[in-house]
Design a protein around this ligand. Structure first.
Ligand code: ADP
Length: 249
């Protein structure tokens, strides 16, 4: 579907904390354009796995690949340059700034225009245009001049995603994007995520199975630091082992 895109994959990725194996032999591939959910009970190792992908944690063993490039030992910012990014919380960053100002700043940074500030970017209309296009993608156009922190949490999550998209990723990692927001807002949030351009692969951790089965096209189930199974939503919902895991929780 997306010839230029690179497949992110892991090869027998393992991470131990002391003698405790938080991830063991995790080999997974994320196909370009997928909306790929990582599910599993608390403590299954999902967040650890995402941190191994981003470079937030170093693996004990195994490899991470982007296409033919071994990125296992690259720093986080180098992975961002190669097209992998995750959202980060805007709670402390960007306090007092509007949505547009924040996204303009993020676009400026990617373009190497440090110090370009929204109020002084008359000569950088293209930066503002790119930021406005991102806001349109995230259905935030009407909130462009609203102070981000005054908005509903669901909208703030969308701003976090806009800031991540400003790095022009081919792979976007979301660790529980709907956590802490009301369910009506989380459905809206996922509707926007599902409609992101298909040149962005989205990998997300989500506990709400209604959201997972409505918005994922691929699901990996982790249990005890290992991959239990992977498949389409239909395959996963029909798998008795998956039911067992959730009934046993
Ligand atoms: P999940 O995201 O599926 O809930 P995590 O990846 O957060 O699972 O955690 C998997 C296991 O690894 C948990 O038992 C957790 O306590 C343990 N763990 C995670 N991070 C650390 C750490 N920095 N030090 C020690 N144990 C950790």
């Amino acid at each position: 579907s997306n010839p230029g895109a690179q497949t992110l994959r892991t090869e027998a990725l393992s991470k131990s904390f002391g003698s405790f194996a938080a991830n063991s032999d995790v080999s997974l591939a994320f196909q370009p354009g997928a909306r790929h959910a990582l599910i599993g009970p608390n403590g299954a190792g999902k967040t650890t796995f995402i941190n191994l992908l981003t470079g937030g944690l170093a693996p004990t063993a195994g490899k991470v690949w982007m296409g033919d490039t071994d990125i296992t030992h690259l720093a986080q910012h180098e992975r961002v340059k190669l097209g992998m990014t995750r959202t980060f919380q805007i709670n402390t960053l960007f306090a007092g700034m509007t949505v547009l100002e924040s996204v303009v700043l993020a676009v400026s940074e990617r373009r190497g225009l440090q110090g370009v500030w929204y109020k002084t970017v008359a000569s950088h209309q293209d930066v503002v245009d790119e930021a406005m296009a991102l806001l349109a993608t995230l259905k935030l156009t009407a909130e462009a001049n609203t102070v981000t922190r005054s908005m509903a949490y669901g909208k703030q999550r969308l701003v976090e995603i806009a800031l991540a998209l400003a790095t022009q990723p081919s792979i976007l990692l979301l660790d529980e994007p709907a956590a802490g927001i009301p369910s009506a807002e989380s459905k809206e949030l996922f509707e926007v995520i599902a409609q992101l351009p298909r040149d962005v692969t989205v990998v997300f951790i989500e506990h709400d199975m209604g959201l997972v089965f409505r918005f994922a096209d691929r699901i990996t189930v982790m249990v005890g630091g290992k991959v239990l199974t992977e498949g389409t939503p239909a395959e996963i919902s029909a798998d008795p082992r998956v039911k067992e895991v959730y009934l046993g929780e």
